[in-house]
Design a protein around this ligand. Sequence first.
Ligand SMILES: [Zn+2]
Length: 198
Amino acid sequence: MFEGFASPAFVPAHDVLQWAIDTFIDEDATLLNEEHAHLRHASLAFMWTTVPNTRAGHRIVGQCEIMPPMAMGKWQKARAEQQIEEWFGSVPDFLITLDASYAAQCDVTEFCSLVEHELLHAGQEMGPMGPKFRKSGKPTFAIRGHDVEEFVSIVRRYGVGAAAGATQALVEVACRRPEVGAVQISQACGTCRLLRAA
Ligand SMILES: [Zn+2]
């Protein structure tokens, strides 16, 4: 999986893209999640990085960005777009960066959940009428935030009913057996030299 990239800090991960499509996105994907259905109309790109990243003391092992790069000066933006075009041939709708050293040591379940976590950030913009589309019929893309952001302390003190967002739903699914188990993952594994190598 990491053949020939000891030195560069960032390298395109074209095979991860194909694996993610085959595993999570396509209609006949082995571990299909319909929440990714809009991504069948998106262009995605994956990168490996060897650069460690932390935020507020937490290790960051994946990141999803909407493209083209925003919040930059003209030259910074043009330079970033040129770099991305050189890597991928064009600027995708979303760019997902994965920590290569984490991926090399995590288990298969952790890797699947990392990739799906980043794919879930690759959202479709929502309006009052529901999901938004462009004139061309293509979905309008947007970064999707986490379903739940709450303090454990609030749930401990006031219960799940008083907690923010989808905390209640999160607690309910946390009490169930995961839909994606070792058996399904091993099937995905069988079609995927990436995961066999991992
Ligand atoms: Zn996240």
